[in-house]
Design a protein around this ligand. Sequence first.
Ligand SMILES: N=CN[C@@H](CCC(=O)O)C(=O)O
Ligand SMILES: [Zn+2]
Length: 413
Amino acid sequence: MATLFKNIKELIQVRTEPISFVSGKAMSELPTIKNAFLIVENGLISDFGTMDTCPDSNFSEVVDATGRMILPSWCDSHTHIVYAGNREGEFVGRIKGLSYEEIAANGGGILNSAKTLQETSEEELYQQSKDRLEDVIQLGTGAVEIKSGYGLTVDAELKMLRVIKRLKENYPVAVKATFLGAHAVPVEYKGNKEAYLKLLIDEALPKITKENLAEYIDIFCETGYFSVADTELILEAGKTYGLIPKIHVNQFTAIGGVQSGVKYNALSVDHLEAMRDEDIEALKGTQTMPVALPSCSYFLSIPYTPARKMIDAGLPLALATDYNPGSTPSGNMNFVVSTACIKMKMAPEEAINAATLNGAYAMGLEDKVGSITKGKQANLILTKPINSFGFIPYSFGMNQIDKVYLKGKEFFV
Ligand SMILES: N=CN[C@@H](CCC(=O)O)C(=O)O
Ligand SMILES: [Zn+2]
């Protein structure tokens, strides 16, 4: 049961030796093989090389990729794909002059999505979420992290996490689940944030771990949401249940959450639109992956994560969508890669590394996906005929994907 992809114009992100992530100058190196072949066996990459060394065996399927390129599927390490309804009304409100913060302060924002989700059945939530997952797979995503955080009650948070589990069971895409109960303080706990945090720690966490519903724990560390002390309380509690931290931090203000992430050995710190020099310093030499979410900056018209400054300081960087109903109603990693190049001045090589290898690391999947490496899952993007990989970000808003493969099989809806 082997599939041969032959005559590949360029095989992109080839890592013969396994590598966890790339940082600093190494982010601008994107190893490729021109005029290549790739063999997939039992859903895994088993061999690759130049066409003159292509084995002459019997293959169950042969795909002729003449003129087209193959790269590993996008690794989207930060999403909120499981949500109910939409917030189109708030979008129009912002067009007419309201700010994201003003909308949230008036009961909109995360609380608006939480109300809708609480009133939506688990089955209906699954149906809405699976459509989004299918959409993003067709846009080239082959691994995705999904957060809870629009439930804001123990039952509704569990409902979200069960939907994530069901998606993971029903789709060949790699899925990681994150508990983000501390996304906002629910209306019923207004002025009593401590009691809500206690509910998450004493009631939600034991249930989540008993049902094995999450691997990561997250919190929105931000002025007006949760403080650095709240963050450390939640991360500490998560740690006792074996949950690894991934934090929403420095989206609007820098209040020291990056340092807490480093202190608690967070796998990633995400958003980082407001970065001080000391935040960049804190991340140097750590195992914590900074994650930028350029579609969020685009949609909210807020600053972009200072990628150039961070990479030039030697840091790694991952790129993700942040797909959610409020700040980023889009799960298109192709747009993310383009926007990173256009607005954050990342070179195509850097953006592709950030959206594949480094994204895989940011969800603990670096030994399974994110590069063309023997033994990794054959989650692949086969492009349309293009002349160079830089054409993918260059042709922003367009779709250069011909087919997507998950575990070596073409994905159809
Ligand atoms: N910033 C916090 N949470 C989400 C957006 C939440 C919302 O507006 O629904 C984010 O990552 O952008
Ligand atoms: Zn987010």
